[in-house]
Structure formats: structure tokens, C-alpha cells
Design a binder for this molecule. Structure first.
Ligand SMILES: *[C@@H]1O[C@H](CO)[C@@H](O)[C@H](O)[C@H]1NC(C)=O
Ligand SMILES: *[C@@H]1O[C@H](CO)[C@@H](O)[C@H](O)[C@H]1NC(C)=O
Ligand SMILES: *[C@@H]1O[C@H](CO)[C@@H](O)[C@H](O)[C@H]1NC(C)=O
Ligand SMILES: *[C@@H]1O[C@H](CO)[C@@H](O)[C@H](O)[C@H]1NC(C)=O
Ligand SMILES: *[C@@H]1O[C@H](CO)[C@@H](O)[C@H](O)[C@H]1NC(C)=O
Ligand SMILES: *[C@@H]1O[C@H](CO)[C@@H](O)[C@H](O)[C@H]1NC(C)=O
Ligand SMILES: *[C@@H]1O[C@H](CO)[C@@H](O)[C@H](O)[C@H]1NC(C)=O
Length: 581
């Protein structure tokens, strides 16, 4: 390690003044590290110091490290933000009071004049802790972000609220949000990994704190077809319209990878989703107003999809509770409904000509309005309208990837439109956070989302229901999924929906019919008190049926499914007009 130290010393000596962002700048420079960590705190710490220096040399104002890639297990760190740090806030200047990790990172932040966000396993001993909330006299372990400013001062500490298993650790004892303000005029919120999927903190930091910039250390376990790492990172930045700095732990064997810097509706300024063990520093200039990109950012870094043969991907267990319909080549146009979720699909697809005798993906249109499990760690309310790839004809093959990537095994979509009518999100006064969120999510064979220019997404609010439309604009994409995927937080913690009975294997057309019946039946059962409304709607939508007939007499038309209890006449018309577009 002599070599490393020597290099570090040398670079300090030749270091020239760095340019930093100021309150009047329209942008700042951010760095995030995709990090293939070592099982050794000292080695990780040495690497961190090198990347802090490298980020600074690229004029970064802030660097974000991933979740739990520094210390683990026996090496937990105290962060006495209400104790010693009150009097001695710069660990670099009070080395005897703090763990070496805090001292060295503080020193590197000072030397390089850069904000640093690290994530560590924190230990708190309530027998000695000063100024801390301690419900029990015991030792606690937390999953914690620690923020250093350019002087090496520790300015914030945030403890993860939504643990993903992590049985040795305790969730934050109180749901305190992570937030800090910088000398370049940007206020950042920060949270950790699984937190992204919950109202507190992921909605609350934006709705209550009104921040436009969010920091996200993560060790994500990517899941098909909706929740792979970069896919949901970009989806969050887009839907919440924030800048999002995501640093991912890289451990492809267990499915962890994926980092990026995203800017609202402009998508990824830079992003990476490695299929192979990778450490990579991503740096980008971030506009202070999300989405207002003026420079030309590096953009997504696409790996060869063959590399993703090595990336473990799990499958959303709720897919088997989705009502689905197998898509056949050619044009199909239909509506699927589950409770208050109405999905209108228009799909024109052809199967790609496989180069060799390879299997190709089948696709299903799906609707789900229920509760899912996250790998048994928690449950959450979900609303979705989607088209997803499957490796076979039955539902249990969906959300999976063939073990070996082959070119042209996906379908070609000449047209792919989804129009979803969903209840409009409402801010809950008590916690000042929206009760629902819908994300445009997509996934291609490089386990990356479509870029914003590849599709058109819009929302049309009509009182308590909103119509979200998502139209594919690029037809050369190899797609695993295309979805409007929502979280309905009021259903969190409820029991997950059961799997639907496996369909019998029939010819595609008959299977489709069978499927549709299930949807209708479910509909009848859950909406008995809505019967009156349904009657009314029947009449108003009759002429809509004609429109559909005209539009397309080549596909079988779903006679009753377009009639719904919730949907108003206006929305139906809007929906169909969008569809005709
Ligand atoms: C990490 O290191 C610890 C202690 O040296 C050892 O017990 C553990 O097996 C190691 N884990 C891995 C994944 O190498
Ligand atoms: C929230 O931020 C916006 C600009 O980003 C500002 O116009 C608005 O006044 C802020 N609202 C509150 C409550 O701080
Ligand atoms: C489906 O797309 C193909 C290829 O663009 C086109 O030739 C065909 O006319 C389309 N079918 C319909 C019914 O629009
Ligand atoms: C929307 O409002 C209408 C009329 O006020 C009501 O009948 C309906 O139940 C509401 N729907 C939802 C999802 O809140
Ligand atoms: C609908 O209700 C009927 C009668 O209550 C029941 O037999 C049937 O299994 C239910 N179907 C579904 C999909 O829940
Ligand atoms: C709707 O149709 C039903 C029977 O088809 C009829 O009884 C009812 O009067 C109609 N309502 C309207 C508003 O046209
Ligand atoms: C579509 O409908 C028209 C008029 O009803 C008919 O002449 C034509 O053959 C139909 N096309 C197909 C493909 O069924």
C-alpha cells in the first residue's frame, strides 16, 4: 500500500485550486461511486480516500458512497452527533475522540474541499451515549448516513427507517429525516436503499421538506420487471421531479449493482448498471433546477447485455397475482380493470426474427391493484398497468430473463401505448406526504430504463382520478417491461394478494379469453356496491364501443371490460382520444 500513499501525497502536492459551485451558480458537480467493495474496512477506507481525491480533481462539489461498503460486522462506528461532535465537530481535528474512519474521511473532505456522504454501520451504546433517545439501556446498531462538509465537519446523520431484513440492526428509533444545506445553495435530503419505496421518507422529503435534490446510498437487489436499480432510481427522479444522486454497492453475485445521477424529467445525466464486478466513479454537472440540463451530460453507460448473464435478478412475486393477457403478434387493443385501476392497451408487435433457433420472449399485458411482498421483508400496496416479457406461455415465466442473452429474442413493438386511469394522489396533512405515487418504468435488455426521449409520458388530472399515458416512441428497443407502476402507501403492511390459479395451457386465443374472464369475475366481486354506477356508465360508453370497433376490427374486442364504475365519461373520451392519436 506504499504505492497508494505515495500517490496520494503526490497529488496533494500538485493539487491546484478546485472550482467550486457557489449559491449563484446554476449548477453543481456531483460524483457517485459504484463500488465493488472488499471484506475489509481498512482496504475500503483506503479506496474511499482515493475516490474522494479523484472526485475533487474532477471539480465535484459532493461525492456519495454506497450503502454498507465501508465497515460491517465487528467494526461498527459511533457517531455522537449529540455528544462529542457538538464540541468537536471536525473529527480530523480531534482524532483521539473518534473512529479512524470518521477521522480519515473528515481529513479527506478537508483536504479536497468536498462534501462527502458515507454510509456505515453505526453503533450506539445507551449506557454511555450523550443526548440520544434511548428507549432501552442497550447497544443498538443502525444503518446510517454520515455527511461531512468541505471543512471535514460532520453536519448530518441519518438512520435508515425501512430496513430490508438486516436483523442485527434496528430501524431509526424516531423517523427523523436526513437533510443538510450546502455552501453552494442546494439543500439535500438523503435516505437509504429500501427507504425509496416508502412514504416516509421517500415522499415526505420532497413533499414536506420541499427539497429538489436527494442523495441515495444503496445496496439494491434488482428485481424484474419493475424494480431493477437504475430503472427505479430514474423513475423516482422523474416522478418526483428531483435531482437524484444514487451510489450503488456492486456485488453482482447477489444482484447488487446500479448507480447514477439523474435530473428530474431529463433522466440520467450519467448512469451505469454493470453485470460484472465493477468499481466506477460517475461525475456529472447537475442543474440546480431539475431537468434544466444545459451542458451535454455523459448519459447512460450501457454494458453489453451478455454481461448481465452474471447478474442475479429476482422476480416480483406479485406477478402471479396480476391479471394478465397474453399478447399475440399484430395489433391488439383492449381494456383491463381491477378495482379502481383501469388500463387501456394498444399494442402492435411482431416477433423478432431469431438469428438462430432460439426461444423468444412472450409478452403479457397486466393489471394489478393489490398488495405485494418484498422478498418477505415487508408488504406494500401496488397499482400497475404494464406489458412484461415472459420466457414462456404461462404467467409464472414472466419477469424472468433467459439465462443467456441472445440478440433478437425480444419482440419488436411498432406501437405500445398504455393509458392508466388511477385515483389521484392526495397529500396527507398529518405527515405532509402524498399517499400514492405512479412511476413510468421500463426495462431493456441491458437492464436499463428507456431514455426520456424514447417514450412520451403525460398525466391528466380529472379531480380524484388521473389518467397517465405512456407511449413508446422508439421501435428498436429490446424491451423486458413497459409500465405505469404505482405505490399506494395506505395498504402497506397488509397481507399480500394470493397467487391466481395457474391457467391451463391452451392456445393463445383461448388462454386470453380465459384470462379475461378471471378479470371480469374479480371485478364483479369487489365492486358490488358500485353496481348502480356501472349501469349508468353502460349507456354513456356505448358510442365509445363503436369508436373502438371502427378503429380496429382486426382484433377481438373486449365487450364489457371498457365499462367501469369509476371512470367518468370525460375520462373515457379523453382516454380514447389519446388512444386514437
Ligand atoms: C469477511 O471477513 C470475515 C472476517 O475476516 C470472515 O469471517 C468472513 O467470512 C468474510 N466474508 C467474506 C464474504 O469473505
Ligand atoms: C418550495 O420550493 C419552490 C421552488 O422549488 C418554491 O417556489 C416554494 O415556495 C417552496 N415552498 C415552500 C413551502 O417552501
Ligand atoms: C403494425 O405495425 C406494422 C409495422 O409497422 C405495420 O405494417 C402494420 O400496418 C401495423 N398494423 C396495424 C393494424 O396498425
Ligand atoms: C371520486 O369522486 C366521486 C364523486 O365525488 C366519487 O363517487 C368517487 O368514489 C371518487 N373516487 C375515488 C377514487 O375517490
Ligand atoms: C366471486 O364470488 C363468487 C361467489 O361469492 C365466488 O364463488 C368466486 O370464487 C369469486 N371469484 C373471485 C375471483 O374471487
Ligand atoms: C341506461 O340503460 C338502461 C337499460 O339499458 C335504461 O333503463 C336507462 O334508462 C338508461 N339510462 C340512461 C341515462 O340512458
Ligand atoms: C373490417 O371491417 C370491414 C367493414 O366491416 C370489412 O369490410 C373488413 O373485411 C374487415 N377487415 C377485417 C380484417 O376483418
Amino acid at each position: 500500500m506504499f504505492c497508494t500513499k505515495f500517490l496520494l501525497l503526490l497529488t496533494y502536492l500538485i493539487k491546484i485550486t478546485v472550482q467550486t459551485s457557489s449559491p449563484s451558480s446554476t449548477s453543481y458537480v456531483a460524483a457517485v461511486l459504484e463500488y465493488n467493495f472488499e471484506n475489509d474496512t481498512a482496504a475500503n477506507l483506503r479506496n474511499y480516500l482515493i475516490y474522494i481525491q479523484e472526485a475533487s480533481s474532477k471539480n465535484a462539489d459532493i461525492i456519495v458512497f454506497p450503502e454498507l461498503t465501508l465497515n460491517r460486522g465487528q467494526d461498527s462506528i459511533e457517531v455522537p452527533i449529540n455528544g462529542a461532535l457538538k464540541d468537536h465537530p471536525i473529527p480530523a481535528l480531534a482524532a483521539d475522540l473518534y473512529h479512524k474512519v470518521l477521522v480519515d474521511i473528515s481529513n479527506a473532505a478537508r483536504q479536497n474541499k468536498i462534501y462527502v456522504v458515507i454510509n456505515i454501520e453505526e453503533i450506539m451504546d445507551c449506557n454511555t451515549a450523550v443526548g440520544e433517545y434511548c428507549p432501552a439501556q442497550q447497544t443498538y446498531l443502525f444503518n446510517t448516513n454520515v455527511v461531512f462538509d468541505r471543512d471535514g465537519t460532520i453536519i448530518d446523520r441519518y438512520r435508515k427507517i425501512n430496513l430490508f431484513g438486516e436483523f442485527t440492526r434496528t430501524p431509526a428509533l424516531r423517523p427523523d429525516l436526513g437533510v443538510f444545506t450546502t455552501d453552494f445553495g442546494v439543500t439535500f435530503a438523503h435516505y437509504i436503499c429500501f427507504d425509496l419505496l416508502f412514504q416516509v421518507p421517500a415522499m415526505q422529503v420532497v413533499d414536506k421538506l420541499n427539497v429538489t435534490d436527494v442523495i441515495f446510498p444503496t445496496m439494491w437487489f434488482s428485481e424484474m420487471p419493475y424494480l431493477s436499480a437504475v430503472q427505479i432510481q430514474e423513475g423516482y427522479a422523474f416522478a418526483m421531479d428531483v435531482n437524484f444522486l444514487a451510489a450503488g454497492s456492486n456485488n453482482v453475485r447477489v444482484g447488487s449493482s446500479g448507480s447514477g445521477i439523474f435530473s428530474g424529467k431529463a433522466g440520467a445525466l450519467i448512469s451505469t448498471m454493470p453485470g460484472l464486478p465493477t468499481t466506477k466513479l460517475l461525475v456529472a454537472t447537475v442543474p440546480k433546477i431539475p431537468g434544466q440540463v444545459t451542458s451535454s451530460p455523459p448519459g447512460p453507460i450501457y454494458d453489453n447485455p451478455v454481461d448481465h448473464d452474471s447478474l442475479t435478478l429476482i422476480t416480483d412475486p406479485s406477478l402471479e397475482s396480476h391479471f394478465t393477457r397474453l399478447l399475440t403478434p399484430g395489433l391488439s387493443q383492449f381494456t383491463m380493470i381491477s378495482g379502481e385501476v383501469i388500463c387501456v392497451f394498444k399494442v402492435n408487435m411482431t416477433e423478432n426474427e431469431p438469428e438462430t433457433e432460439i426461444s423468444s420472449y412472450k409478452y403479457r399485458a397486466a393489471v394489478f391493484n393489490g398488495v405485494r411482498s418484498y422478498s418477505g421483508m415487508a408488504t406494500g400496496g401496488i397499482r400497475v398497468c404494464s406489458v412484461i416479457a415472459c420466457t414462456g406461455d404461462s404467467l409464472d415465466t414472466c419477469g424472468k430473463r433467459f439465462p443467456q442473452y441472445k440478440l433478437k429474442s425480444t419482440a419488436v413493438f411498432h406501437e405500445l401505448n398504455i393509458i392508466a386511469t388511477m385515483p389521484t394522489p392526495v397529500i396527507e396533512d398529518e405527515i405532509q406526504a402524498r399517499d400514492t405515487i405512479y412511476f413510468p418504468l421500463s426495462l431493456d435488455t441491458s437492464i436499463m430504463p428507456l431514455e426520456p426521449d424514447d417514450y412520451t409520458y403525460s398525466e391528466d388530472i380529472n379531480g380524484n382520478v388521473t389518467t397517465y399515458s405512456m407511449f413508446l416512441d422508439r421501435y428498436d428497443k429490446e424491451l423486458y417491461s413497459f409500465a405505469i407502476w404505482g405505490r399506494i402507501f395506505s395498504r402497506d403492511g397488509q397481507e399480500e394478494d394470493p397467487k391466481l390459479p395457474q391457467e391451463t395451457t391452451l392456445s393463445p386465443t383461448e388462454e386470453t379469453t380465459e384470462n379475461q374472464d378471471v378479470t371480469t369475475e374479480h371485478q364483479d366481486n369487489t365492486t358490488e356496491n358500485q353496481d348502480d354506477t356501472t349501469e349508468h356508465q353502460d349507456n354513456t360508453t356505448e358510442n365509445q364501443d363503436d369508436t373502438t370497433e371502427h378503429q380496429d376490427n382486426t382484433t377481438e374486442h373486449q365487450p364489457d371490460s371498457s365499462v367501469t364504475h369509476l371512470i367518468s365519461k370525460t375520462i373515457l373520451i379523453t382516454t380514447f382520444m389519446l388512444l386514437i392519436k
